[in-house]
Design a protein around this ligand. Structure first.
Ligand code: FES
Length: 163
């Protein structure tokens, strides 16, 4: 984990986080919004970023940790080499997306919102990807794959990682 954190470009990240915290200047009620924006900047929310946000908004680190663990959208690990975003919007949900989540979690041995220890895969649940007619839909590194079943999701993943 520490190796992954060292790979971040703090010289670029720190000024952006400073500007973000300056914008919200101690506004505790903005915690969730700031976490969202910080995750957009850094890609995830490692401990040094959590500490900086806690300081900047004048909230406790444990409050920051609670919010991060409550919302599956937030991640404390970097995205995997293959980042899977599975749609749980209504159309995909009713067409069987929950079964695909279960299957992918079992296959990859990880929970939604997490990254495998080898850094290869990460799994995220997202809202409508705008391709409802193709539901259930997932993206892998931004590429859309639709009309999925649990088996097809796993096969797609295997084909991509083989390539
Ligand atoms: S609900 Fe999944 S793409 Fe729209």
């Amino acid at each position: 984990m520490s190796v992954m954190i060292e790979n971040l470009n703090w010289e670029e990240i720190n000024p952006q986080l400073d500007a973000l915290l300056e914008e919200y200047h101690g506004d505790k009620s903005a915690l969730i919004e700031v976490l969202h924006k910080a995750q957009e900047i850094v890609g995830y929310l490692p401990e040094p970023v959590q500490e900086k946000i806690a300081d900047g908004l004048n909230v406790s680190l444990s409050d920051v940790c609670s919010v991060i663990s409550f919302y599956s959208h937030f991640s404390t690990k970097p995205k995997g080499k293959y980042h899977i975003a599975l749609c749980l919007g209504t159309a995909c949900y009713v067409k069987g997306a929950p079964d695909i989540v279960d299957r992918l979690e079992k296959e990859l041995k990880l929970k939604s919102g997490d990254t495998t220890d080898d850094g290869l895969f990460s799994l995220e649940m997202v809202r409508c990807l705008g391709a409802c007619g193709l539901g259930p839909v997932m993206t892998i590194n931004g590429e859309v794959y639709g009309l999925l079943s649990p088996d097809k999701a796993v096969t797609t993943l295997k084909e991509i990682t083989k390539a």
